[in-house]
Design a protein around this ligand. Structure first.
Ligand code: CP
Length: 297
């Protein structure tokens, strides 16, 4: 069953195919498929760009709200998902605060797309990020991408670092030492001044307060010490771009004036989110359709 729990569910050639499909105007799907959007954590971009993508593909969409469901009566995630399988859902788009929520769902016979699992993975965000970099540079190989900020709590950092390296990019980190992973896996830890000078892509991250157990709340001094200030932006290479998965906290990890500056691709990323999600939805549902056809003949 083709699904997208982490990018490891796709081969490099499948990821290249999805990036290519994301640039192609897609037709409405020929079958009446039903997709259920299940967000157990807040979301603006991922939830609504999935909705836009589903509408453009002519999919029937159902929205699931945990607080108004039988989860409130103690039903497990697994039994909730099995219920949607039983009533005929074709695909489940799930965001959940628990890392690897998709494990221990072996009995489930409906594909899922992971729309973010705690500090684990965010595969569709990575696809839209790869798409944005490919549009900009025409390649991923050889790019120096600096992921800056609260790296250890970020599913975006986690997913992007490994896939970018598989495509031949160099990944470095910047940000407070205590927010770096214990194992840097050979990646360099740069100061923000070094990062601004060296990066082709400066990928800024929000402070993920909702995943902090304790520790510093350093919003006042953070921009100066670890954020992208106007002065650092001025030192970036001419061709370098700024990315951020958003939501952005203007004036904390990035100066407010830089969010829409010439180098910023932050809103382009959001636009690409619809394209990348269209490509993934269509690919998984087509694979499901082909499987059903094989079962009939
Ligand atoms: N980038 C991202 O996942 O944003 P949302 O949390 O708003 O979906």
């Amino acid at each position: 069953m083709k699904q997208l729990r982490t990018l490891q569910d796709m081969s490099i050639s499948e990821i290249e195919y999805l990036l290519c499909q994301a640039e192609t105007p897609l037709q409405k799907m020929k079958h009446d498929y039903t997709v259920v959007n299940m967000f157990f954590e807040p979301s603006t971009r991922t939830k609504y760009s999935f909705e836009m993508a589903e509408a453009s593909l002519g999919l029937h969409r159902m929205d699931f709200t945990s607080e108004a469901s039988s989860i409130e009566k103690g039903e497990s995630l697994y039994d909730t998902l099995k219920t949607f399988e039983a009533i005929g859902a074709d695909l489940l788009v799930i965001r959940h605060p628990k890392p690897k929520f998709y494990e221990n769902l072996e009995g489930l016979n409906v594909p899922i797309i992971n729309a973010g699992d705690g500090a684990g993975n965010h595969p569709t965000q990575s696809l839209l990020d790869l798409l944005t970099m490919k549009q900009e540079f025409g390649r991923l190989h050889g790019l120096h991408v600096v992921i800056a900020g609260d790296v250890v709590h970020s599913r975006v950092a986690n997913t992007n670092a490994s896939i970018l390296e598989q495509f031949g990019a160099e990944v470095s980190y910047a940000g407070p030492r205590e927010w770096m992973p214990d194992d840097l896996k050979g990646r360099r830890h740069l100061t923000m001044d070094e990062a601004a000078l060296q990066a082709d892509v400066m990928m800024m991250l929000r402070i993920q307060r909702e995943r902090h157990v304790s520790g510093r709340d350093c919003a006042d001094s953070y921009l100066e010490n670890f954020g992208l200030t106007e002065m650092r932006e001025a030192s970036m290479q001419d061709h370098a771009i700024i990315m951020h998965p958003a939501p952005v906290n203007r004036g904390v990890e990035i100066a407010g004036s830089l969010v829409e500056c010439e180098r910023s691709r932050i809103f382009r990323q959001m636009k690409n989110g619809v394209k990348a999600r269209q490509a993934v939805l269509s690919y998984i549902l087509e694979a499901k359709g082909a499987r059903s056809y094989e079962a009939i003949v």
